[in-house]
Design a protein around this ligand. Structure first.
Ligand code: TYM
Length: 351
């Protein structure tokens, strides 16, 4: 029996941070030995938030390097750039015929990003009315609305079974399953498997930010990048938001401090975590010590990645070879699936 197919990608919107690492990339690396893996750089998805063209190309390159630096091996996993697979945009057009505008408009990430594009701050505003009735210099692009279709196609065109992603992508995965089911049942076929998230048995991860917020994110200015140098990284951690400290034994931990514990749980040993949890519980904790320890443990993860990143970044020839071979492999299955989908939908040639 063949290996199960795994596919995942990361948008080319900047350097990768610890959220991308623990939510996605570290799992990619662990999965590459046991599954038929494809990992890509989602540059078409990045277009939905209008990047500067030069920057977009740089971002794609950075992520290729970060994938390799973190330990992805092109001999084991297929590494490719989304826009190198033209079958994806074609199937995206076809699948959109089975996707409702309403279900796309209800997606949390769409509402969130649409609010940003329209400059709306409050959660409660009637976003649907704003989108339809808005004046011409403020608009939400249609690519943003159909983002989940494109993501579903990335997955379905490879007939992937497992999709390692962080918690924030679960709604998109749910839509992918729904679209697959709908297509299969509409045409009475069994073309697309329904993919699931994968986390080595644990719950999907959500890596918190350093500013007390719930999620580390590229746009939030609260993150640690895998390629931050030692000085910058230490400084960021030392400046992380905390509180004035516990005043009585057994006191509940505030959200910003719990975030630091979550980061410590991801990067340190259970003994270290226990030490600081106990110190919190008996009020002897010093946040400065906790942060020093945290910075130390994060650096153990990120510095080797940074070093390798610096080594390979200049080798454009090698990077080109990796993604060219990756695109060829990714296109093999993609073109087969596209052909099947076209046939099923009745698009057949006369010649
Ligand atoms: P993106 O680029 O926003 O994030 C890439 C991956 O990093 C994870 N992630 C996090 N995980 C835990 N905690 C965080 N703070 C955190 N921040 C980011 C995300 O869950 C994701 O796994 N739509 C996708 C890209 C995509 C894709 C796909 C993924 C396009 N097509 C097909 C899988 C399969 C996205 O925007 O991820």
């Amino acid at each position: 029996m063949g290996k199960e197919i795994v596919l995942s990608g990361i948008r080319a919107t900047g350097n990768l941070h610890l959220g991308n690492y623990y939510g996605a990339l570290s799992k990619f690396v662990r999965m590459q030995d046991d599954y038929d893996c494809l990992f890509f750089i989602a540059d078409l998805h990045a277009l939905t938030t209008s990047p500067d063209p030069k920057q977009l190309h740089e971002n794609v390159k950075n992520i290729i390097c970060e994938y390799l630096a973190a330990g992805l091996d092109p001999e084991k996993a297929t590494i490719f750039v989304q826009s190198d697979v033209p079958e994806i945009p074609e199937l995206y057009l076809l699948l959109n015929m089975h996707v409702g505008i309403g279900e796309l408009m209800r997606t949390a990430s769409f509402k969130d990003k649409a609010r940003k594009q329209l400059g709306i701050k409050s959660e409660s505003e009637d976003i649907e009315k704003e989108i339809i009735g808005t004046d011409s210099n403020k608009r939400v692009n249609a690519g943003l609305l159909t983002y989940p279709t494109l993501m579903a196609v990335d997955i379905l065109i490879q007939k992937a079974h497992k999709v390692p992603v962080g918690k924030d992508q679960e709604q998109h995965l749910e839509l992918t399953r729904r679209f697959a089911r709908r297509f299969n049942s509409f045409y009475g076929v069994d073309l697309f498997p329904e993919p699931t998230n994968f986390d080595f048995g644990g719950a999907p991860v959500k890596v918190p930010g350093l500013d007390g917020s719930g999620k580390m994110g590229k746009s939030e200015g609260n993150c640690i990048y895998l390629i931050d140098d030692e000085k910058v990284l230490r400084k960021k951690v030392m400046r992380a938001t905390t509180d004035t400290g516990p005043t009585e034994p057994g006191q509940a931990v505030s959200a910003p401090v719990e975030n630091l514990f979550t980061l410590l749980e991801l990067t340190s040993t259970p003994e270290v975590v226990k030490h600081y949890r106990d110190a919190y519980a008996d009020c002897s904790i010093r946040y400065g010590d906790l942060k020093k320890q945290l910075a130390e443990d994060i650096l153990k993860v990120t510095l080797p990645i940074r070093e390798r990143y610096m080594e390979i970044r200049g080798d454009e020839e090698y990077l080109g070879r990796v993604v060219k071979a990756g695109a060829e492999k990714a296109r093999e299955r993609a073109s087969k699936t596209l052909k099947e989908a076209r046939e099923i939908m009745g698009i057949r040639k006369f010649y």
